[in-house]
Design a protein around this ligand. Structure first.
Ligand code: FAD
Length: 449
C-alpha cells in the first residue's frame, strides 16, 4: 500500500485484534499508520494448534465495529448464543438447564473465532491507503524517548522511527517490556493458578453435536469446561483447571488417566470428542492472568492499548470487547483534543483506567460464578428473580450481565449501578421483611385480644 501524506506518522506494534482495529480508526482520521506484526500473515498460515480461541463478541465490540461499518461483515462469521446451557455433574443423561442471558431471552452474545475476526480486521486495515502492514517484524528494542524502534525480521534488523508508537502487542507486550526497561512504567502480573486447554467436538453427520444457540458450561467446582459453536458445526471446548497439584493438568500422566478423568467429570463429553487423548496430550496449556500497568502512556507519544495495557481473565468474555472499546475511547480523546496526541494520550490514560480496573475485577469474580454457582438452585432462583425484576422495572433494574454484555455503559458505572441496585433491593427486602414482621406481630396481638 502507498501511504497518504497528511497526519502524524504512527507505528502500531501488533496486528492482533486491537492493532488492526486501531489502524482502521486512525486511517479514518487521516493518520499515516505502519502496523508491525511478529507473525507471518495469519491469513496464509492459519491458527496455532490448540490456540484457536473462540470469542464471545458482545455489544461493546460490536459498537466499535459498527462505527466503522464492519459489524455486518464480522457477524457473517459469528453464531449467536442466547444463554448458558448448564451440563449437570454426575449423570451423563442428566437434564440440561438453559439459562437465558437477557430478561427477554432474545439478546445474544456472538461466538466467533479469534482468527476469523483478526483476518477480517486485517483485510479491512490493509484495504486502506493510509495503512502499511509489515509481517514477520518482531519488536526487539524500542527507545520511548526518541521513538526509535528495532524489529527482528527474516532478513535482519529493521530500524524505523515514528512520531507516535502504540503498543497493541498483547498480554506479553514487548512495548511494555521496553517501557519498563526505561523506567517509563510499572507493572503487576497476577497469574491464576488455573490454565486452559482446548479440545474439539466435531460435527456429527454434518450437524452440531450440541445446541449451537448456547454457550455450554460444565461447572465442576475445581474445574470447568465451556464450549462455543463454530460455523463448521464443530464446537471448541476450553477446559479450565489448575496447572499443578494433585487434581490438575499436571496430574494426568497417561492416556488411561485422561480417559478416567473425563469419564468421571465430563461423561457426556467423552463420546463427542473422538480425539480426546491425542488432543489432551498435544494441545498446550495456556496461562491466565491479569496485567496491570501504570502509566500506559509516556511523553504524549507512546501508549499501550488492549491486552498490552490491561489483560484480564476470560470469564466475562470481555477482553477483546474491552480492547475494542479502548480504540473507541482513544478516538474520542483525539476528537476532544483536536487530534493532538500529546494531549489525547494522557487523557485516554486518565479516563479509561477506572473502567479497565472494574472489568478486570468483574472478570475474576465471574470465574467463581461460572465454575461453582451456575448449577446451584439458589443461583438459578436468583437469576429468575433478577429477570422478573428487569421485566417489572424496565430500564430501572438492569442486571450486571446485561449492562456488561448488552450495553456500552462504562464498566466502572456498571459496578456503581449494580451496587446501588443491590443496596436498594436489600433495603426493599428488609422493608418487606420488617413489614411482614409488624403485620405478624399485630395479627398475634389481635388474635390474643
Ligand atoms: P492479542 O490478541 O494478543 O494480539 C497481539 C498481537 O501482537 C499478536 O498478533 C502478536 O503476534 C503481536 N505481537 C506480540 N509481540 C509482538 C512483538 N514483539 N512484535 C510485533 N508483534 C507482536 N475476549 C472477549 O472479548 N471475549 C471472549 O469470549 C474471550 N475469550 C477468551 C478466551 C481465552 C481462553 C483467552 C486466552 C482470551 C479470551 N478473550 C476473550 C480475550 C481476547 O482474546 C483478548 O483480549 C484479545 O485477543 C486482545 O487483543 P490484543 O490485540 O490486545 O492482543
Amino acid at each position: 500500500n502507498s501511504r497518504g501524506d497528511s497526519g502524524a506518522d504512527v507505528a502500531i506494534v501488533g496486528a492482533g485484534l486491537t492493532g488492526c482495529l486501531l489502524a482502521c480508526y486512525l486511517a479514518r482520521r487521516g493518520e499515516r499508520v505502519r502496523l508491525f506484526e511478529r507473525r507471518a500473515d495469519p491469513r496464509l498460515t492459519g491458527a496455532e494448534r490448540g490456540r484457536s480461541i473462540n470469542l464471545a463478541l458482545s455489544e461493546r465490540g460490536l459498537d466499535a465495529l459498527r462505527r466503522i461499518g464492519l459489524e455486518h461483515a464480522v457477524l457473517a462469521d459469528a453464531l449467536p448464543m442466547r444463554g448458558r446451557m448448564i451440563h449437570p455433574a454426575g449423570d451423563p443423561d442428566g437434564e440440561l438447564d438453559f439459562q437465558p442471558y437477557s430478561a427477554d431471552g432474545e439478546r445474544a452474545i456472538n461466538s466467533i473465532s479469534r482468527g476469523a475476526l483478526n483476518n477480517a480486521l486485517l483485510d479491512a486495515a490493509q484495504a486502506l491507503p493510509e495503512v502499511e502492514v509489515f509481517f514477520e517484524h518482531r519488536l526487539d528494542r524500542f527507545d520511548p524517548a526518541t521513538g526509535a524502534l528495532c524489529f527482528d525480521t527474516p532478513t535482519g534488523p529493521v530500524r524505523p522511527e515514528a512520531a507516535v508508537v502504540l503498543g497493541a502487542d498483547g498480554a506479553g507486550s514487548a512495548v511494555r517490556g521496553e517501557l519498563l526497561r526505561h523506567d517509563a512504567t510499572t507493572e503487576t502480573l497476577d497469574f491464576l493458578d488455573y490454565g486452559y486447554k482446548e479440545l474439539t467436538i466435531p460435527a456429527v453427520g454434518g450437524e452440531f453435536a450440541l445446541d449451537p444457540g448456547a454457550l455450554h458450561i460444565w461447572p465442576r467446582g475445581r474445574s470447568m469446561m465451556i464450549a462455543l459453536p463454530n460455523p463448521d458445526r464443530s464446537f471448541t471446548c476450553t477446559l479450565f483447571w489448575p496447572t499443578s497439584g494433585t487434581a490438575s493438568f499436571a496430574s494426568l500422566s497417561s492416556p488411561a488417566a485422561v480417559q478416567r478423568y473425563f469419564a468421571e467429570q465430563y461423561p457426556d463429553v467423552v463420546p463427542l470428542v473422538p480425539d480426546l487423548v491425542t488432543e489432551y496430550r498435544e494441545n498446550p496449556v495456556g496461562l491466565l492472568g491479569t496485567v496491570q500497568c501504570a502509566p500506559w502512556q509516556t511523553g504524549g507519544r507512546v501508549c499501550l492499548l488492549g491486552d498490552a495495557a490491561h489483560a484480564i481473565v476470560p470469564f466475562y468474555g470481555q477482553g477483546a470487547n474491552c480492547a475494542f472499546e479502548d480504540v473507541v475511547v482513544l478516538d474520542a480523546c483525539l476528537d476532544r483534543t483536536g487530534g493532538d496526541w500529546s494531549a489525547a494520550l494522557p487523557l485516554f490514560d486518565a479516563e479509561r483506567r477506572a473502567d479497565t480496573e472494574a472489568i478486570a475485577q468483574m472478570a475474576l469474580a465471574n470465574f467463581v460464578e461460572m465454575r461453582d454457582k451456575v448449577a446451584s438452585p439458589a443461583f438459578k432462583l436468583g437469576k429468575r428473580v433478577e429477570h422478573a425484576l428487569e421485566r417489572a422495572l424496565p430500564g430501572r433494574y438492569v442486571s450486571r450481565y446485561e449492562l456488561v454484555s448488552f450495553s456500552t455503559t462504562p464498566y466502572s458505572a456498571v459496578r456503581r449501578r449494580v451496587r446501588l441496585q443491590h443496596r436498594l433491593l436489600g433495603a426493599g427486602a428488609a422493608g418487606v421483611l420488617g413489614l411482614l414482621g409488624t403485620v405478624g406481630a399485630l395479627t398475634t396481638r389481635w388474635r390474643r385480644s
